[in-house]
Design a protein around this ligand. Structure first.
Ligand SMILES: Nc1ncnc2c1ncn2[C@@H]1O[C@H](COP(=O)(O)OP(=O)(O)OP(=O)(O)O)[C@@H](O)[C@H]1O
Length: 608
């Protein structure tokens, strides 16, 4: 409350403002992607239940902010009293009681302000934690394709920026709205109490504040959307440039990338300057109106004082109440911006929450327990949701423990789709998939996946240590078991030689390791997991012949005694004695078919 002659309390304003500021600087979504505003009611209906358990904190925040505002009202009254009873009369003896009372009020207001800020922030942060957890947990129930089809930055913005925008409406936003309305009532009431007629005149200027707020809010929203868009683009350029650094340097495109970043940086600068221009203009515009108000009050007040109908203290207190009232009215105007941001954010978050998992556990689903690992596909047909053309039609084969079944075929034939069906990211449209003779649809997905280990084409790693990445196969596994798995995967000697051994960080997505090392760590992870069914989705992709041979050795150890489905179109990696199911896509709708269904004995043309 900058123009107040006293210190404004603004209990709940500061944390929300600082968070909004930091959000502006964070990885954000483009303005073009902002969803159309939805009703506040829908936002509250969806997210108000998440405030359960936190409402007491928010209520305490409101009470403390109201106490602080009341103290301020009383302090201004004392200020007027001191002016009239001490300064005007020069009666110094009358100074001490109101002075100490003022000090007491300041202490109570300070404590209430601190408590209110802290408690509201606590409620707000817990709400954020809870909501983010809920959305993330829901995301984890969706098939990986949901995330893969979207821009990572966009999903991250939903989990961070949009969740914060929702909190600023449903959590601390409610506290702010209630306390701002209470402040308006208190300060306006106190002004009316001193001189209702003078108050009525100055209240007539309140619409001017609202008009200015509205005019600026519209422009500010446009500038903020441009800034968010620009920020998103700049972050994408940075992300791409850094992720593709080897390509950039190898092709000598550093200068181009720097220029691209500079160009986007300039756009961001312009968008920020537009915001700064508006913010800079808004303050003086409001100040002009405030000054007009004060001059009107002072002029009218001087006249009233001269006529003996108002004291100097009364006039100053009146002016101080108005100086507190106008910013509170402005805050009410700003709430409209919070609401529209939250509505857009909530629309984007609700879109995630409304997306249903393609596969869920049946009510009667039972745990699979540890299976032997016998897999059977029985006349399985499948088309991806929304696609007319089936990827698989009438696919049948069986695989027993110790078998290696190669799923072969050209690119796009549906090899990886077989693995996705096995892990139940999708269910077949027709036919059944059996695990030890039990239809997988009757098993819980968690227990089913416990029985299957998949090694992906691209080795997926987290940015922790080597040990963390191996133990991901069985959380909590002791170090000696991790080491045994690493030995079996042929990676122990290499890990031992690393600067921090098993505690050596592997870098972002394991980038500090070679492809072969990453793949062998993934094999160690699979060994530790010890699941009876193994799916190898082209695990040799990108490895040269020598490295592939190195990886193949531990892989064979891993395959021993397990049911292995090996997805590959490279015959060199097919082990001897493997059976092959060959898939072949036939272009055109509904015309895909299986060229050879079933199994056939074959010898690998190359030794692996
Ligand atoms: N999530 C999806 N939604 C829609 N169609 C998909 C999806 N995933 C894959 N497809 C399509 O299904 C077909 C089979 O894809 P799949 O990945 O199973 O082939 P693949 O044989 O493993 O290919 P590659 O050898 O190139 O990895 C392809 O035409 C592909 O475009």
């Amino acid at each position: 409350m900058p123009s107040s002659p006293l210190v404004g309390l603004g209990v709940v304003n500061r944390p929300a403002e600082s968070r909004r500021h930091s959000r502006r600087l964070s990885f954000s979504v483009s303005g073009r992607e902002l969803a159309p505003a939805i009703s506040i009611r829908r936002t509250f209906r969806e997210f108000w239940p998440d405030t359960r358990g936190l409402r007491r904190l928010f209520a305490a925040g409101v009470v403390l902010a109201v106490v602080a505002a009341l103290c301020e009202v009383a302090a201004i009254r004392l200020f007027g009293h001191i002016t009239d009873e001490v300064l005007t009369t020069k009666e110094l003896g009358a100074f001490w009681t109101p002075a100490f009372s003022w000090l007491g009020l300041a202490a109570v207001a300070g404590a209430a302000s601190f408590g209110g800020t802290y408690i509201t922030a606590l409620g707000a942060e817990r709400f954020l934690l809870k909501l983010r957890d809920r959305i993330y947990a829901h995301l984890q129930t969706l098939a990986p394709e949901f995330s893969e089809k979207r821009r990572l930055g966009d999903l991250m913005a939903r989990l961070t920026d949009d969740v914060e925008a929702i909190e600023e409406l449903v959590g601390s936003g409610v506290v702010k709205a209630v306390t701002t309305v209470a402040s308006v009532i208190f300060f306006a009431g106190a002004a009316f109490f001193i001189r209702w007629d003078l108050a009525l005149i100055t209240m007539a200027l309140i619409p001017a504040f609202l008009v200015v707020s509205k005019v600026f809010a519209g422009r500010f929203r446009g500038a903020a959307a441009r800034e968010r868009h620009s920020n998103g683009v700049m972050n994408s350029v940075l992300e791409e440039g850094l992720a593709n650094q080897p390509l950039v340097q190898a092709y000598n495109r550093q200068g181009d990338e720097s220029r691209r970043l500079h160009g986007e940086g300039r756009n961001w600068l312009r968008a920020n300057m537009a915001q700064a221009w508006l913010s800079g203009l808004y303050g003086p515009a409001v100040q002009v109106i405030e000054t007009i108000c004060l001059i009107v009050i002072l002029g009218f007040g001087a006249w009233e004082i001269a006529a003996g109908r108002l004291t100097i203290g009364g006039l100053l207190a009146f002016a101080a109440y108005l100086a507190m009232l106008y910013p509170a009215v402005q805050s009410l105007g700003e709430l409209a911006l919070t609401v529209s941001e939250a509505a857009a954010g909530s629309d984007r978050v609700i879109e995630i929450l409304r997306t249903e998992a393609t596969v869920t556990d049946d009510p009667g689903a039972v745990p699979a327990g540890r299976s032997r690992g016998r897999i059977a596909f029985e006349r399985v047909s499948f088309a991806y949701p929304g696609r007319a053309r089936p990827v698989l039609r009438n696919l049948s084969f069986t695989a027993d423990p110790g078998d290696v079944v190669v799923i072969a075929g050209p690119s796009g034939a549906g090899k990886s789709t077989v693995a996705k069906l096995l892990l139940r990211f999708y269910d077949p449209d027709a036919g059944r998939i059996l695990l030890d003779g039990a239809d997988m649809r009757g098993l819980t997905r968690e227990s089913l996946r416990e029985n299957i280990t998949i090694l992906h084409q691209e080795t997926l790693m987290f940015s922790g240590s080597v040990r963390d990445n191996i133990a991901y196969g069985r959380p909590g596994a002791p170090l000696d078991e991790v080491i045994r798995a690493a030995e079996a995967a042929g990676v122990h000697d290499f890990v031992k030689a690393l600067p921090q051994g098993y505690d050596t960080p592997v870098g972002q997505r394991g980038r500090l390791l070679s492809g072969g090392q990453r793949q062998r760590i993934a094999i160690a992870r699979a060994i530790l997991r010890d699941a009876p069914v193994l799916v190898l989705d082209e695990p040799m992709t990108g490895l040269d012949a020598a490295t592939a041979a190195q990886v193949m050795k531990p892989l064979r150890r891993l395959m021993a005694g397990r049911t292995t489905l090996m997805i590959t179109h490279d015959p060199r990696h097919v082990p001897e004695g493997a059976r092959t199911v060959e898939l072949e896509p036939v272009p055109g709708p509904e015309r895909i078919r299986l060229k050879r269904v079933g199994v056939r004995g074959r010898r690998s043309p190359a030794r692996c």
